[in-house]
Design a protein around this ligand. Structure first.
Ligand code: HMG
Ligand code: MG
Length: 312
């Protein structure tokens, strides 16, 4: 069929997209000043009210490695949960899983990388060792009927090793699939991926895992995140991660900026007529709330523009 009839372009983009809001975890984990759990709880509650169906709220990792996440128990205990919303937590090992289970996480996230060097810096083991550790987590998650998500950092480039072959991403996808992951994140930890590369990697890994359960996790270090999301939409990806106010950075990826700002993603998706079920204005307010708390301007073009319009 012709892609263009009269002046209507049939893009073939997904009609609906799921946004996983990762601000409370990926966004805040790198903040040097310890943020009180009350503030994190307020942030999660605002995001819940904004309509997200999935919020990454906590991380049960070693507090020596990531001190900012040490309050995850309090955060999970304090949030006002809305039925149907998935509140996720990172769990690098069975100790983390047990904490996440006790805290009532709806989804646990096992996380490795497509780069050996990054895996070593981030979780102190090789990719193979990480998969071996995840076996216990995966079977415990299945036993407790908790959703299992797998995340692959450095899928488009690594701060230590440089280039990352697409085949290396696919190899980790297959291992996470075999552990029983419900969803797998293809993450651009340092934001170096570009549109065509993103499409190539997504299309390759979709040969090993259902496209509908793959997600794109883009950081905006080189200003490519929205282009990479659009490129992913073109190949049928319909789950994306983003951070309110563009919060973020990874403690083990020097110089990496935040995740793509949720406000910017929502503005683009609205323009494309793609549904998310999320109230952009409420997200902008949540972004202003946390940015005011952190004492700096939100890293969201759309968020700041909408706020400026409201003030004027
Ligand atoms: P290790 O030092 O090799 O672990 O760290 P260990 O088993 O030898 O334990 C050392 C100590 O940590 C012990 O305590 C354990 O009890 C404790 P000690 O006896 O010294 O007092 N410990 C824990 N404490 C709390 N919760 C736990 C836990 N496990 C051990 N779950 C480990 C290995 C994986 C624990 C460590 O490397 C770690 O916590 N790393 C986390 C790093 C991290 O959180 N990075 C950021 C998240 S990844 C990311 O942001 C990327 C992503 O967003 C996607 C993207 O953008 O690319 C997902
Ligand atoms: Mg990230």
């Amino acid at each position: 069929m012709n892609a263009i009839t009269s002046n209507v372009v049939h893009t073939g983009l997904p009609k609906r997209v799921k946004i996983v809001e990762v601000g409370p975890r990926d966004g805040l984990q790198n903040e040097k000043e310890i943020i009180l759990p009350e503030v994190k709880i307020q942030l999660v509650d605002r995001l819940t009210k904004a309509g997200f169906s999935n919020i990454e709220a906590a991380s049960f990792v070693s507090p020596k490695w990531v001190p900012q996440m040490a309050s995850s128990v309090e955060v999970m205990a304090g949030i006002q949960r809305k039925s149907g919303v998935i509140y996720s937590a990172l769990t690098p090992n069975i100790k983390g899983f047990e904490a996440a289970l006790a805290a009532g996480a709806d989804e646990v996230v096992i996380f490795s990388a497509a780069s050996e060097a990054f895996t070593q810096k981030n979780i102190n083991c090789s990719i193979a060792e990480s998969i071996a550790r995840f076996r216990d987590v995966a079977s415990a998650a299945k036993q407790h009927k908790i959703r299992l998500r797998g995340s692959i950092s450095c899928s488009f480039g690594c701060p230590y090793q440089g280039q990352v072959p697409a085949q290396d991403v696919a190899a980790v996808v297959r291992q996470l699939r075999d552990l029983g992951c419900d969803e797998i994140d293809i993450a651009d930890t340092i934001g170096v991926g570009t549109a065509r590369q993103v499409q190539n990697v997504m299309q390759l890994v979709a040969q090993d895992f259902p496209l509908a359960h793959l997600s794109g996790h883009f950081h905006d270090t080189y200003g490519q995140a929205l282009a990479n999301i659009y490129a992913s939409l073109e190949v049928g990806i319909a789950i994306f991660h983003s951070s309110v106010a563009g919060l973020g950075g990874c403690p083990y990826a020097k110089g990496a900026t935040g995740n793509v700002a949720t406000e910017d993603v929502l503005f683009m998706l609205q323009g494309l007529g793609i549904e998310t079920g999320i109230d952009l204005d409420a997200v902008v307010d949540a972004g202003q709330f946390i940015s005011a708390h952190l004492g700096r301007k939100a890293v969201s073009r759309a968020g700041n523009a909408i706020t400026a319009k409201k003030i004027n």
